[in-house]
Design a protein around this ligand. Structure first.
Ligand code: SF4
Length: 486
């Protein structure tokens, strides 16, 4: 009698037993299966059984692990005491290998290593902390420390004031910007400053009066508006008496109606107050100063509406007394010197700035600095919307208040600027009776701004030479040999 399928499966391994359980649920088909199984070989293997059930194959295959096969193989011969460690070693070695493979990513390895070795072997930021300072040191160039003006008490009790570090360089660069071609050339103050508003045809005494009036009108007023008001006064201020001269004189100022005067200066700031001050001043000048402007700072400051700035500017003006006794510090001088960090702590008022500057600035610059900084403040270093990208001080890293973004934009604009210049005269050559005329060159001018050194290099290169007129001028025979013509 042939063995049934169940009997066959009982003789197989535990895996096969599981498989037979599946067949228990299919009794209705057992007989048919038995017939089919009659063709099976006597000894069943796991693979031969697997073909009986397609649905169970996955589960069976999953349990067929190589390790269990090894265990099965070892069971018949119980392992000796030395054998167990062998398996353990095998397993451990296998695990160890797996662990090494999965955890051998560079960061964990680098962390485990000593800082010295990791820094030399790896360049990642994590792994090389001691390489950071080297990189930083290369990237950041050192800048000169700029100190403000500072006071020192000397052993004898006197006080000495050291000027701000590098002030001369800053001053000279600003000065170059005020010259023709500079970014702050042709500022309003150059043509319409108070010093320039006196009528050139007026008497010396009247010109002094004009300068004083211009200064009194100038506060809180633009130079252009002030110049316009002065022109009106010089043209339209009514004559004091019939047949008298119309124009800006002390006599006419004394006689003019306040309403008329207010209308003439109506465009300047605070014109109502200024009208009163002008009328009061005219009386003071007539009564106390012999109808002239006061010849001292104290006298000038005694006038209504006249402070230290106006007094010093009036005193030093060519059309004033032309004597420099102090610095005329207006809002521009006050603001810009504080931007440069020349006063520390920053001065709070123009008068504080004046005293601070006068303590160290050479006297030959006391008058000039007003022209310098007023023009710079009007053209480049504006109170609102400073043009740091056009300012040499910002571009050369000399101004601590420079707007970095604007400066970087300005530097990029200047990096390479190529200009073509035509018409350069190269010379006249004379040899014997032959005269060579001038010739023209085409010159390529390259202006390169160097970022690090912050120096401007101008490279000129002749790219083309054009002989515009190369003619030999031979004088007439009579001119060459006068005796022959006789
Ligand atoms: S760099 Fe800017 S803040 Fe400094 S002086 Fe020039 S415009 Fe003024």
């Amino acid at each position: 009698m042939l063995p049934t399928l169940r009997n066959l499966t009982m003789r197989t391994s535990r895996v096969a037993k599981d498989t037979s359980k599946l067949f228990d649920t299919a009794d209705a088909t057992a007989e048919a299966t038995a017939n089919a199984a009659s063709s099976l070989p006597r000894r069943s293997t796991r693979s031969s059984l697997a073909r009986f059930s397609y649905t169970a194959s996955t589960a069976v295959t999953t349990k067929e692990e190589p390790l269990s096969d090894i265990e099965d193989a070892l069971k018949p011969t119980p392992p000796s005491s030395s054998a167990k460690p062998t398996i353990a070693r095998l397993t451990k070695r296998k695990r160890a290998t797996t662990t090494t493979t999965t955890t051998s990513s560079p960061p964990s390895k680098i962390k485990a290593e000593s800082p010295s070795s990791s820094s030399s072997d790896f360049s990642s930021p994590e792994s090389s902390p001691d390489t950071k300072p080297k990189t930083k040191a290369k990237a950041k160039p050192t800048r000169a420390l700029r100190k403000p003006a500072r006071k020192t008490t000397l052993p004898d009790g006197s006080i000495s004031v050291s000027p701000p570090t590098g002030w001369e360089e800053v001053y000279n660069v600003a000065f170059s910007m005020r010259l023709p071609g500079g970014a702050a050339a042709n500022a309003a103050v150059d043509t319409m400053g108070c010093e320039r508003l006196a009528a050139p045809t007026a008497s010396v005494k009247d010109r002094r009066f004009h300068t004083l009036v211009a200064l009194m009108l100038s506060s809180q007023t633009k130079d252009t508006v002030n110049a316009e008001a002065m022109k009106r006064l010089q043209r339209e201020l009514p004559a004091a008496r019939e047949g008298g001269e119309v124009g800006l004189t002390l006599e006419n100022m004394l006689a003019v109606d306040e309403g008329v005067l207010n209308e003439l200066i109506g465009k300047v700031g605070f014109h109502n107050n200024k009208t009163k001050y002008l009328k009061q001043t005219a009386v003071i000048l007539r009564d106390k100063f012999n109808s002239d402007i006061p010849p001292t700072i104290e006298g000038l400051m005694s006038l209504p509406g006249v402070g230290p700035k106006m007094a010093h500017l009036c005193m030093s003006a060519e059309n004033g007394w032309n004597r420099v006794e102090g610095i005329g510090v207006d809002v521009h001088v006050h603001r810009i010197t504080n931007l440069w960090g020349w006063q520390n702590p920053p001065s709070k008022t123009p008068e504080e700035t004046r005293l601070a500057l006068q303590s160290w600035l050479p006297k030959d610059k006391w008058k000039e600095i007003n022209w310098l900084l007023v023009g710079l403040g009007q053209a480049v270093c504006l109170p609102v919307g400073r043009k740091c990208g056009d300012c040499e001080l910002g571009l050369r890293g000399l101004c601590k208040a420079a707007d970095r973004k604007k400066v970087n934009e300005g530097r990029k604009r200047r990096e390479v600027k190529v200009e073509m210049e035509m018409g350069v005269e190269v010379g006249v050559e004379e040899e014997g009776d032959v005269k060579m005329e001038t010739k023209m060159e085409s010159v390529k001018k390259e202006v390169v701004k160097e970022e690090e050194g912050e120096e401007v290099k101008v490279k000129k290169e002749v790219v083309d030479e054009v002989d515009v007129e190369m003619k030999a001028v031979r004088p007439a025979r009579s001119a060459r040999n006068p005796k022959r013509s006789e």
